[in-house]
Structures are given as C-alpha cells and as structure tokens.
Design a protein around this ligand. Structure first.
Ligand SMILES: NC(=O)c1ccc[n+]([C@@H]2O[C@H](COP(=O)([O-])OP(=O)(O)OC[C@H]3O[C@@H](n4cnc5c(N)ncnc54)[C@H](O)[C@@H]3O)[C@@H](O)[C@H]2O)c1
Ligand SMILES: [Zn+2]
Length: 360
C-alpha cells in the first residue's frame, strides 16, 4: 500500500493507494475516532462489484452502515438526488460525528461529497474512488458539485475528505473506454508537472494497457502525489490549480459543442491537449517536437488526437462561455516543454483556429 499525504493543516488527510485498500476502511475510520454511523453512498452496479469489501470491513469494525443508492453516472448529480440523500441521512440518524463513504466514480464522489458538505453544515466524507479518473483526479482536492441546467458542476462546495482509499484492483472491472479516458488525466499530469513521471508513463504503456497491478499502483500513486502537491499550494483554485486544466479549456469546449455525447471526457481532453500543444508551438512558446511527443503518447494509449475538426468556429464560440474566463479572456495553460507550464491570457483567436484545424 502506498501512502500519499495531503498536507492542508487541520484539513490534512491521507490517500492510500493499492490493491485491497477498500478492506481497510473500517480500521482506518476507527483510527479517525468518528461516530458509529456510516452512510455508504454508491450505485447498484458498483455496489455489486465492489461493495462487499467495504461493508465487511465496516461491520468488522462495528460501524452501523446504511447504504444509499444513487442513479448511475451523471444522473446522480442533481438537486433532487441530493435532497433524497439528505433524507436518507436523516432517516438513518446521521449526526455531526457520522461519516459518508463515497464508493464509485467521480459522479458518486461529487454527489456524496456535496451531500456531506451540506448536511448539518458538513460531516466527514471518505472518498473510495473506483474509476481511474476518480482515483487520479476527482477524489483528491475537495471539490464537490451537482449540475445545473445551465452548466455542469455549477453548484457546489469545497469539502476535503477525511481519507481517500484508492483500491487499484477496482480498476480491473472498468470498461476499456472508461479506463483509457482516465489515462488522459494521467498524461496531463506528466506534461505540465513532471517530466520523469511522463517518461515513466511512456515506458510503461504496455503494462498500463494490460492493467498490471504494479503499474496501476505506481501510476495512480504518482498522479495522486502530483495533484496533492498542487492542491496543497492552492487549495481554493486561485491561480496555480489552473494548471490542472491543461487540455481542458479546449476539451470542455469540444464537449459542449458535441453535446457531451460524442466523446468521453478523457477523449475530449486528449483532443484538447493536441490542440493546446499546437497553440504553444505556434506562439513560439514550445520548441518543435514537444507537441509530437504528447500526441505520440496519447495515441499509444488509444486516445484520439484527430477527428474533431468539423466546426472550429463553434469551438471558439464555446470557449468564450468558459467558467474560467476573466473579463472575457480565457486563460490557457500551455506547456513550453514536458514537465513545465505557463498561464497565457492573450492567445489570438486566429492561433486557436489554426490549432483546431490540426484536429481535422
Ligand atoms: N470533484 C472533482 O475534482 C472532479 C474532477 C474531475 C471530474 N469530476 C466529475 O467526475 C464525473 C466523472 O467521473 P467518472 O469518469 O469516474 O465517471 P462516473 O462516475 O460517471 O462513472 C461512470 C460509470 O462507471 C461505472 N463504474 C464506476 N466504477 C466502476 C468499476 N470499478 N467497474 C465498472 N464500472 C464502474 C459507474 O457505475 C458509471 O456507470 C463527472 O461528473 C465530473 O464532473 C469531478
Ligand atoms: Zn478532466
């Protein structure tokens, strides 16, 4: 088991990464001296696959567990589902000492985290992520949210977990497309934060695609360390935390233009990385070849870097509605080289259009 600390003063916590981490939940919660009542929040499919390890461990440590089932995926992130979750917490007698355990992907983590952040002004939550995206991204950093009809993740709160249990053996049941989509975030971390980690992923592509246990553990722990270091320096997303949006500025715009249907999130991020790497080269910020290396790794893990070039003008229009726009200008995170980043505010529209044309 790899133990990754997240140092946030009074809100510090640990991320335990490795096969079998779920079975530690009872003992770890007992160590945190929380109350006896626990709400296990998940969806039916995940619970059937991975719930037993959690309920057995909690029962062995004498916790009193109520299970709350959510609709699958993004359908969980609504105000109605949050309200019925609060109702279930009340019925189960959860009090301020109780704990919510979120077992699932980012959608379960976001809804359960939001419900925990708001119930009685905030009770403890343990994130137990079961998708690659949730293990390397969503479970760390304390962002929780539900969706609004006008935009995803518009209503939410910062609420750091008490503990994160990233059981890498749960990744063995993930559908292939879901798994590869998560690899986009892994590659993103390497490009903007750590060249050695990027090289590690390059060398380990075969083992990663085979989901070899040791490779999964090393990569998930590596990404957790990188994301934790960003969150430690910028907990509430003022400036530095923008670095994690690499590939996402254009990626989100592509998702919006294609109605969130055509591409999985990681696939859109992959296209976004390909385009943003093109912007960096066109601005003379990155040397020739830096983009090619990013594109090569994305392709090696089966992520798309082409095939979204039909409507660059629509993508540019969607960019102007970006949540991160300040005074109408969208900040771009760009990579001058592998392992480094720069925040650039004034990218000319013509440059963006040119870079998007590369995706055709
Ligand atoms: N809070 C954050 O910082 C943050 C960061 C990134 C993304 N997110 C959010 O995360 C969500 C996406 O998360 P996601 O990609 O994990 O998808 P998801 O949570 O929507 O889950 C996708 C599907 O995978 C299934 N599943 C989960 N684990 C499984 C497993 N081990 N085996 C088989 N099936 C499994 C689920 O039942 C679901 O049907 C979005 O709502 C996004 O906004 C949040
Ligand atoms: Zn993402």
């Amino acid at each position: 088991m790899i133990d990754v600390p997240v140092n946030l003063g009074a809100r510090s916590y640990r991320i335990l990464v490795g096969a079998g981490a779920l079975a530690m939940v009872g003992a770890e919660l007992a160590r945190l001296k929380v109350g006896r009542r626990v709400a296990l929040v998940s969806d039916a499919a995940i619970l059937a696959l991975h719930g037993a390890a959690v309920t057995r461990s909690l029962a062995a440590a004498s916790f009193d567990v109520t299970t709350v089932l959510l609709p699958e995926g993004e359908r969980a992130k609504t105000l109605e589902v949050a309200a019925s979750t609060w109702e279930r917490f009340l019925d189960a007698g959860l009090d301020r000492s109780s704990t919510v355990v979120a077992l699932g992907g980012g959608a379960v983590g976001d809804l359960a985290g939001f419900a925990a952040a708001t119930y009685m002004r905030g009770i403890g939550v343990v994130q137990a992520p079961t998708t690659l995206l949730a293990q390397v991204d969503a479970s760390i950093g304390g962002k929780t949210a539900i969706d609004h009809a006008r935009a995803k993740n518009l209503i939410g709160a910062f609420h750091q977990p008490r503990l994160v249990l990233s059981d890498t053996s749960t990744l063995l049941t993930l559908p292939e497309r879901e798994y590869r989509s998560g690899l986009a975030e892994v590659i993103k971390h390497g490009i903007v934060l750590d060249a050695a980690y990027f090289e590690d992923v390059e060398r380990g592509v075969g083992a990663l695609l085979e989901r070899e246990p040791a490779a999964l553990e090393r990569i998930v722990a590596g990404s957790c360390r990188l994301k934790a270091s960003v969150v430690e320096r910028d907990e509430q997303e003022s400036e530095l935390r923008h670095v994690l949006n690499y590939g996402h500025t254009i990626g989100h715009a592509i998702e919006a233009v294609t109605g969130y249907r055509r591409f999985a999130h990681g696939e859109a991020v992959s296209l976004g990385i390909a385009a943003e790497a093109g912007i960096a080269e066109r601005l003379g910020l990155a040397k020739p070849g830096v983009r090619a290396r990013q594109v090569r790794l994305l392709e090696a893990v089966g992520l798309p870097v082409r095939g979204a070039g039909e409507a660059p003008s629509l993508v540019v229009e969607a960019l102007s509605r970006d949540k991160k726009a300040r005074d109408g200008r969208v900040p771009f995170v760009l990579a001058p080289e592998i392992g480094a980043f720069r925040l650039v505010f004034d990218v000319p529209t013509a440059t963006i259009l040119d870079a998007l044309a590369d995706l055709a």
